[in-house]
Design a binder for this molecule. Structure first.
Ligand code: PEP
Length: 333
């Protein structure tokens, strides 16, 4: 049961009155609506007592209340300096897997921008399976990434792995990226909930759709509603030929359940460059509102994940095809 009140003061007043085991937390939903989450059931007498302060009582709702369309019917549109994300807009986030050098990220950025990308991706902190693999260039990488984005007039997105780095990464990036391995790192999600900056939340490799929505809710409950969800492929029983299985059905399902933009990462799903384009096209046809793509001018010598990197030329071709499909899908809505 969710009680909706008009404002925070009202919500606080009611929360104090209610005697429940779980502390009741007022959560801003939107437009003069503050929800009291965590109320299980209330006796008739209590309900009568507070009835004049309650705008609505909603039952049978999704657990992730702020993130759910039940409470926020319109698409969330996120505006950054160089991009408009969500609704019928389509955004390209592209760049190298990791920031290798200042010159390299600048050149890769130049090429992806020419192909239509407005957001430059790249990892300075890399979540590697082996502790002996390249872990990223840390702050040196963040600086190079920021400089390239500024010179090119692009937004920067980079992955955050650790709560201890939130302020450091915040001082450089325009968009935080939470990777598949950290989707349920609740301490990190809560810390990002305190920021007022967009977050891309990638689906955990074994996460259900409800797991993903509840993870997003950890960010939203802190008051940061600028969330994008990213389908990047999940583990299924056959990962010999692709790295993960892109769950295209998750795209329209998420869009029906939540108001956040849903974006696809075909690179991490495919794991192999030659499959990135078909998966990206499929995700776009399924209604994805953007694409994250890894590119490299010399994939064989990329520091990380060269096998799935598209060359800048291949990315430009992909982007052209994606735009055509998006035009059909978007106009259909
Ligand atoms: C990445 O985008 O660099 C990355 C590591 O992605 P994922 O978390 O999806 O594996």
């Amino acid at each position: 049961m969710i009680l909706i009140t008009k404002n925070n003061d009202m919500a606080q007043k009611i929360a104090e009155k209610l005697d429940t085991k779980n502390p009741i937390k007022p959560v801003f939903v939107h437009e003069n609506r503050v929800a009291l989450a965590g109320v299980k059931t209330l006796p008739e007498s209590t309900l009568n007592e507070i009835s004049q302060d309650i705008v609505e009582i909603i039952t049978n709702h999704h657990q992730a209340i702020v993130s759910s369309r039940d409470f926020h019917p319109h698409d969330t549109i996120i505006k950054t300096n160089h991009s408009i994300i969500g609704g019928n807009n389509f955004v390209f986030m592209a760049g190298p897997d990791s920031i290798e050098s200042a010159e390299h990220v600048l050149e890769m950025g130049r090429q992806v921008k020419a192909a239509g990308a407005t957001i430059l991706r790249g990892g300075a902190f890399k979540p590697r399976t082996s502790p002996y693999s390249f872990q990223g260039n840390g702050e040196v990488g963040l600086k190079a990434h920021r400089a390239a984005a500024d010179v090119l007039g692009m937004d920067m997105i980079t992955e955050i792995l650790d709560t201890r780095d939130v302020d450091l990464v915040d001082s450089y990036t325009d968009i935080f990226q939470v990777g598949t391995r950290n989707m349920q790192n609740f301490a990190l999600l809560k810390a990002l909930g305190q920021k007022r900056k967009p977050v891309v939340l990638k689906r955990g490799m074994s996460a259900t759709i409800d797991d993903l929505l509840n993870a997003a809710e950890y960010i939203a409950a802190g008051g940061n509603h600028q969330i994008m969800l990213m389908e990047r492929g999940i583990r299924t029983y056959d990962n010999k030929y692709t790295r993960n299985t892109i769950d295209v059905s998750a795209i329209p399902v998420l869009q029906s359940l939540t108001h956040y933009p849903v974006i696809a990462d075909a690179s991490h799903a495919a794991g192999v460059a030659k499959f990135v384009t078909p998966l990206a096209l499929a995700a776009t046809a399924a209604g994805s509102q953007g694409l994250m793509t890894e590119i490299h001018d010399d994939p064989a010598h990329a520091f990380v994940d060269g096998a799935q990197a598209l060359t800048p030329d291949a990315f430009a071709k992909l982007a052209n095809k994606v735009r055509q499909i998006h035009d059909i899908v978007a106009h259909d809505n």
